[in-house]
Design a protein around this ligand. Structure first.
Ligand code: HEC
Ligand code: HEC
Length: 336
């Protein structure tokens, strides 16, 4: 008994204090969102989030200093780029639309096909992607080491001034977990404020259920975080097969990660290929039953919604625009 207590005496208080400090300092999630579970090996600190924000907006992470994370995930467009597909270094275009960084804290796997298992694992991908930021990790670390102003920021965030790729990833991921959207009219309505949502949006909420949108866009973040085939672009000659490319499982053929619908009003154009320009087009796409194919999810089928129901459904989706991310803007000055 004594021995156990002694061991606990050595280990538990430090662990407990650490957990308490994390819980105490992380910003409170807006109404409607569950508490963020911060990874044990990358807990929240204000210093790390602040460093991550600076790195996120700093174009010098790219090979020629022209592209930052924020180029394609811009707060002005609710952390997307407002284009069907993104433009990276030297004007090169990729094949997929930039998803929002909003509310990524509530899912582990990242990318339309889920190929990155965490935000930390995701963050270094674009830096090295030849058509996004075109750099190498060594190149990035060398650049950052050459900017005297970064060393003290790494010191504050990590305890010493060493700059390495792992720390860059951890800092950026910490910042990304603070980019959240909640406290929308829907959240306030759900919390009991009867007039927080318009009558049209309330009717649309029921259409959302009737049309089984919530089979996939479910829960607090309006996503099951699962991969499903809604047929988007599957009839194109060189169709993107999505999750199948990663797993080679038949069930994943043409399946993409179900995206959040929070702040969806601000992240047009829509879908992994950016092919639908408006929420009205999205609703029409589902109403006609998607694009028939061998793996189409059974929840996507012809609905014959009336014009009024369609308009209400759009009104509901617009009631998912929230706060939490709105004050976030590029730093006015970068370390020199
Ligand atoms: C040139 C444009 C571009 C740049 C620069 C860029 N991204 Fe992206 N980002 C994309 C595209 C396009 C995707 C989707 C790619 C895919 O799914 O295959 C994506 C996906 C993501 C995702 C996954 C979101 C989700 O819903 O799964 C995150 C997170 C992300 N980027 C963060 C970052 C960070 C952090 C940086 C900087 C280190 C960055 N991006 C730089 C275009 C860009
Ligand atoms: C079978 C699961 C499923 C059902 C049912 C479903 N969705 Fe989706 N939704 C998805 C997937 C997966 C995507 C991304 C597909 C892609 O890009 O190829 C998506 C994309 C979207 C987008 C675009 C998101 C973005 O960021 O580009 C909107 C808006 C949307 N769905 C609304 C709805 C509405 C409204 C309904 C009901 C009429 C609905 N969804 C039903 C799985 C589903």
């Amino acid at each position: 008994m004594k021995k156990v207590l002694a061991a606990a005496g050595v280990l538990a208080p430090a662990a407990l204090l650490f957990a308490a400090a994390t819980a105490a300092t992380a910003p409170k999630e807006p109404l409607g969102l569950l508490p963020i579970i911060w990874p044990k090996d990358n807990p929240y600190s204000a210093e790390k989030a602040s460093l991550g924000k600076t790195l996120y907006f700093d174009k010098r992470l790219s090979a020629d200093g022209t592209v930052a994370c924020s180029t394609c995930h811009d707060p002005k467009f609710a952390f997307t780029d407002g284009a069907p597909v993104s433009t990276g270094i030297s004007g090169q275009k990729g094949g997929r639309s930039a998803p929002t960084v909003l509310n990524r804290a509530w899912s582990n796997s990242q990318f339309w096909d889920g190929r990155a298992p965490s935000l930390e694992a995701q963050a270094l991908g674009p830096v090295q992607n030849p058509i996004e930021m075109g750099n190498s990790l060594d190149g990035m670390v060398k650049t950052l080491n050459g900017i005297a102003g970064y060393k003290p920021l790494f010191s504050k965030a990590f305890g010493d001034g060493e700059i390495n790729a792992d720390r860059v990833a951890k800092a950026i991921a910490t910042f990304e977990r603070t980019v959240v959207s909640g406290n929308s009219p829907y959240d306030r309505w759900k919390a009991g404020q009867a007039t927080a949502m318009s009558q049209a949006a309330i009717r649309g909420y029921h259409v959302f259920q009737k049309a089984e949108c919530d089979a996939c866009h479910e829960g607090q973040n309006f996503t099951s975080n699962m991969y499903t085939n809604i047929g988007m672009g599957i009839d194109k000659p060189e169709a993107d097969l999505g999750r199948y490319v990663v797993t080679k499982q038949d069930g994943d053929w043409g399946a993409f990660k179900t995206p959040t619908l929070r702040d969806i009003e601000h992240t047009a154009p829509y879908m992994h290929d950016g092919s639908l320009k408006t929420l009205e087009e999205v609703v029409d796409y589902y109403d006609k039953g998607g694009t028939p194919n061998k793996n189409l999810d059974p929840h996507v089928k012809k609905r014959n919604l009336s014009a009024a129901e369609k308009a209400d459904l759009v009104a509901f989706m617009k009631a998912l625009s929230g706060t939490g991310w709105r004050g976030i803007a590029a730093p006015t000055a970068f370390p020199q």
